[in-house]
Design a protein around this ligand. Structure first.
Ligand SMILES: Cc1cc2nc3c(=O)[nH]c(=O)nc-3n(C[C@H](O)[C@H](O)[C@H](O)COP(=O)(O)OP(=O)(O)OC[C@H]3O[C@@H](n4cnc5c(N)ncnc54)[C@H](O)[C@@H]3O)c2cc1C
Length: 667
């Protein structure tokens, strides 16, 4: 069975990546023309990888389930992308970005990968600017930055609240250039349903044409999975509705280890759940915490009066407000990392200070920022005697310029004007740090099968800091894979095209057909959403923001029972060989019903609290996460054995040679 070899190069940390690039094998330009690569997923990781690989000369086939690559979930990213450019001159450096990221992940990520990420972060900005990505600029024309949680410098590059969209347009344009040259063949509305292995190597995929329902075989010399994260296992999340785990899970079932599935990020600033009818949650970008102050009433009776509509937040005097993040974490204040901010909100709401009808919301208030910006603007305009009304109007203009689209989105959803009354927010599932285990070259435990972007586990440890997912996806696609994949493909220069008539393709297609038929054979008692919602409730209540042994054991049992019932009773109208969106959903939920169980097993195995993984049994007296470095300083990589709860654990011990393991304090 596949061994866990991280293949981290020797040598000093800061020289590993350069040395590795010099040492690994290359494929010459003429030979690249004889090599085919499949890239599943065209979000930022997949689009950047496929464009770069095609530019190098490989023949690339891309797949996505949307009708265009530019509709990938990456388009939703709002806040920005980190890079250690130190344009602000505020003390940033490659080392500091590396350090912040390791600390942010609560010392559960691989040093060498994170250092490489920090190194190439600066190239990402140059690459994207060259593509025409319209990053925000300062008055003098230089690129502007803002701050994100868990750091004390400004290193986040942004394009208003639409950074993901602008970055994806850049990567998509680069892809389009290759589509036009004939170097990329783009398959949209195609879903990968299985990975095909020939002689133990990834050699192709089985995909379903979602428009006709037909199954197709596609072969290649290597397969890259850039299929995004699995947070929709919680049903309600900030992910797009289609986000799923299928490609990664199918690879897992074929031999790719799944790492740290219980490391999921809960984002503190989302629009709170409003009722049972909901299928989606909306993020309010972390960038808002640059200027927004988070608070709840100091007195329970005030919180109660607000919940009952007898008191408005704007009526509450300053001394009656509890800015609990500023109180508990003075050094980082409202910009503590997401796991810390999320738990603190939950703690206040559980204690009875929540401010919406269900008691599960806190305030994000821009009043101070509006007045501060307004006063500055009035001064620069020479309006020394401007009254509060004028100052407020000037301040609102500035806040609108910075965050206008987010404020508009909030108002449309909640029907309240956030310039006049504080936003209500609550934590929600947002990102998956876990994913397919990959070595330093981004290869999974299946030779020739690579994973990039959110689909892999690589760089974020137990908690992702804001603006680091885009950085990682683009680093993987533009700057890592194009080098490392050649090292593997150098053995394939004489292999020739892989035939899809091989018995392995035949067998994989047959298995997929049988799986689809099994899904269609349910008694029809309950809809797919019925099961997805039920799974989401189990996940949120027992594997969510805080977990304990008893709840996790219950979750494992309940998910297994739900899965059994799903196959017996799910209702999928229509046919297999036609466009059938319920069948698409069912297939995705079927895999979530397996992943959910492994998720709980992983959380139960990890008897410590770290980053976003908070086990109630392991906390300090002040309620902070209590790590156990002696026993759990490892990546948990799970091998599929047939039943998710019986997966076999492999450990990749994490060695910290360049950074001191510390208590992760943000006080
Ligand atoms: C609302 C929101 C805001 C965010 N803001 C930020 C931010 O400001 N900064 C930041 O760093 N991060 C942010 N993130 C996180 C970041 O956007 C994502 O982690 C990142 O974009 C993921 O990129 P990706 O390329 O790995 O995957 P995705 O963009 O999710 O792309 C997945 C691709 O895989 C395809 N796919 C999936 N399964 C299959 C299959 N079986 N067959 C075929 N194709 C398949 C899809 O069609 C899609 O093309 C945000 C996330 C959300 C939800």
């Amino acid at each position: 069975m596949a061994k866990l070899e991280s293949r981290v190069p020797n040598g000093p940390l800061a020289e590993k990546w350069s040395k590795h690039k010099n040492d690994i094998r290359l494929v010459n330009p003429a030979n690249k023309r004889n090599i085919d690569i499949i890239v599943v997923g065209t979000g930022l990781a997949g689009a950047s990888a496929s464009a770069s690989l095609a530019e190098l000369g490989y023949n690339v086939k891309t797949f996505c389930y949307q009708d265009s690559p530019r509709r990938a979930h990456s388009i939703a990213a709002q806040g920005g992308v980190n890079a250690a450019k130190n344009y602000q001159g505020d003390g940033d450096s490659v080392y500091r970005l590396f350090y912040d990221t390791i600390k942010g992940g609560d010392y559960r990520s691989r040093e060498a990968n994170v250092h490489r990420l920090a190194e190439v972060s600066t190239n990402i900005i140059d690459q994207c600017v060259a593509q025409g990505v319209p990053f925000a600029r300062e008055y003098g024309g230089l690129l502007d930055n803002r701050s994100f949680g868990g750091v004390q410098v400004s290193r986040t590059f942004y394009a208003k609240g639409q950074t993901g969209q602008q970055l994806l347009l850049g990567a998509y344009s680069a892809m389009n250039r290759q589509i036009q040259r004939g170097k990329i063949k783009s398959y949209t509305r195609h879903e990968m349903l299985d990975l095909v292995l020939v002689d133990g190597k990834a050699r192709g995929i089985i995909a379903r044409n979602l428009v006709t329902g037909e199954l197709e075989r596609h072969s290649a010399h290597a397969v890259v999975l850039a299929t995004g994260g699995y947070g929709n296992v919680f049903y309600l999340s900030t992910y797009c509705m289609g986000a799923n785990v299928m490609a990664a899970w199918r690879a897992h079932r074929r031999g790719a280890h799944f790492a740290n599935p219980c490391f999921t990020q809960i984002h503190p600033t989302c629009i709170p759940v409003s009722g049972d009818h909901q299928s989606k949650l909306t993020l309010m970008s972390e960038s808002l915490r640059n200027d927004g102050r988070i608070w709840v009433p100091k007195k329970r009776e005030d919180a109660e009066a607000i919940r009952e509509g007898r008191l408005r937040p704007t009526d509450l005097a300053e001394e009656d407000r509890d800015y609990y993040l500023e109180r508990r974490y003075p050094a980082f204040g409202n910009l503590v990392p997401r796991d810390v901010a999320s738990r603190a909100a939950k703690e206040r709401c559980d204690a009875g200070f929540g401010v919406n009808k269900t008691g599960e919301a806190v305030y994000l208030d821009f009043d101070s920022a509006i007045m501060r910006y307004g006063r500055e603007k009035a001064n620069t305009m020479g309006l020394k005697d401007a009254d509060d009304k004028k100052v407020r109007a000037l301040g609102e203009e500035i806040v609108e310029a910075k965050y206008g689209n987010l404020f508009q989105m909030y108002e449309k959803i909640v029907n309240e004007n956030p310039y006049k009354t504080p936003m209500k927010i609550y934590p929600a599932v947002h990102y998956a740090m876990g994913g397919l285990w990959v070595d330093y070259n981004l290869m999974t435990t299946i030779p020739g099968c690579y994973a990039a972007g959110e689909a892999n586990f690589s760089d974020h440890g137990a908690n992702r800091l804001g603006a680091s997912a885009l950085m990682q996806g683009l680093a993987d696609g533009y700057f890592v894979l194009p080098y490392t994949i050649g090292n593997y493909l150098a053995d394939d220069i004489q292999t020739g095209a892989i035939s899809t008539d091989l018995p392995e393709f035949e067998a994989a297609e047959k298995e997929v057909k049988e799986r689809l038929e099994k899904l269609m054979s349910g008694s029809g008692k309950h809809s797919v959403d019925y099961y997805h919602k039920k799974l989401g409730k189990i996940m949120w209540n027992k594997c969510g923001m805080s977990r304990n042994e008893q709840g996790l054991k219950e979750a494992i049992k309940e998910i297994a029972e739900l899965r059994e019932d799903f196959y017996k009773n799910v209702r999928i109208p229509g046919e297999v060989i036609e466009m059938n969106s319920e069948l698409e959903k069912a297939h995705r939920v079927a895999d979530f019903l397996e992943l959910g169980e492994l998720f709980a097993v992983d959380a139960l195995n990890r008897n410590e609290s770290c980053g976003g993984h908070f086990r109630e049994e392991y906390q300090t007296e002040e309620g902070e996460a209590l790590r156990d470095d002696e026993n759990y300083r490892y990546v948990a990589a799970w091998e599929y054995t047939g039943i998710p709860s019986e997966a076999k654990l492999h450990k990749e011990e994490l060695v910290y040679e360049n950074i001191e393991l510390k208590t992760r304090s943000y006080k």
